[in-house]
Design a protein around this ligand. Structure first.
Ligand code: ATP
Ligand code: MG
Length: 263
């Protein structure tokens, strides 16, 4: 395995417009008179096709960054260009549209609606996108098949394991064929074997050209299985390294997760 400091030459993507480009990005939260600086002048570019792990201690600004990248929140200052388009200049309607079409979200606690079947949950983004009813089911079944859950389409979340629920959530993130998947600790509530299964799915999607940004506390995943690792501390990028030969989670799974001494 070969690691190097990230720079724009190392991933061979200099010519293309980055999917994500933020610079001097800051976010302050205001609690009464107290200012909480969550992000401080962050510069970050992510090229199409990268699989980026975001790491850092609790409170270092990872979720704040993901919410801004996902157009769920706006920065206090600085710039964010998504696919070459300045997000700050988009209207609320344009933002909602981009969010729905281009970005798939996966959260730690799955965020599935408990009273709906897997199929209905996966169809929801299509409802918001105004996709005609007859197409919705077909596309949702395709997305469930992509995560290996076609046979569980009519199960409700409580009838599924944690890993299966997260796969349904990934299918929901996928159903609009986004170019970017943002996953904020998607394996945080799962055991290590199930985490590797989820990672296998994310790597397969990445191999199909979807850019993946993954927040994780699992050093093993970030260091070995992603093409780049960006580490935050106190709202700043502390370290940015490229892994030229990321390991396939599937292979690690087959080897039953080596113990510490075997690495
Ligand atoms: N809505 C909010 N109002 C006020 N402060 C907030 C809010 N959201 C986050 N913060 C603060 O901003 C900082 C960054 O929080 P953030 O949730 O981005 O951290 P994180 O890196 O995702 O942490 P974790 O690993 O625990 O999820 C923290 O100091 C947090 O207390
Ligand atoms: Mg967080």
């Amino acid at each position: 395995m070969k690691y190097m400091q990230y720079d724009q030459q190392s991933n061979g993507a200099t010519a293309a417009v980055p999917v994500i480009r933020v610079w001097k990005l800051s976010k302050d939260y205001y609690l009464g008179r107290t200012v909480v600086p969550a992000l401080s002048a962050v510069d970050l570019e992510i090229a199409r096709g990268e699989f980026v792990a975001i790491m850092g201690p609790s409170g270092s600004g990872k979720s704040t960054l993901m919410n801004i990248l996902g157009c769920l929140d706006r920065p206090t200052s600085g710039n964010y260009w998504l696919d070459g388009i300045p997000v700050g200049e988009m209207s609320a309607g344009e933002l909602a549209d981009v969010r729905n079409r281009e970005i798939g979200f996966v959260f730690q606690n799955f965020n599935l609606l408990p009273w709906m079947t897997a199929l209905a949950n996966v169809q929801l983004p299509l409802v918001y996108a105004g996709v005609p009813t007859e197409q919705r089911e077909q596309r949702a079944l395709w997305a469930l098949a992509m995560v290996g859950l076609a046979s569980r389409a009519h199960h409700r979340p409580m009838e599924l394991s944690g890993g299966q629920q997260q796969r349904v959530a990934i299918a929901r993130a996928l159903v609009n064929a986004p170019s970017l998947i943002l996953a904020d600790e998607p394996t945080g509530n799962l055991d290590s074997r199930t985490s590797m299964e989820i990672l296998t799915i994310l790597q397969r999607l990445n191999a199909r050209g979807i850019t993946v940004v993954l927040v994780t506390h699992e050093a093993d995943i970030a260091t070995y299985c992603c093409s780049r690792k960006v580490t935050f501390r106190d709202g700043r990028v502390m370290q940015d390294t490229v892994n030229v030969t990321p390991a396939m989670a599937q292979e690690r799974l087959l080897r039953q997760l080596p113990t510490e001494g075997e690495r």
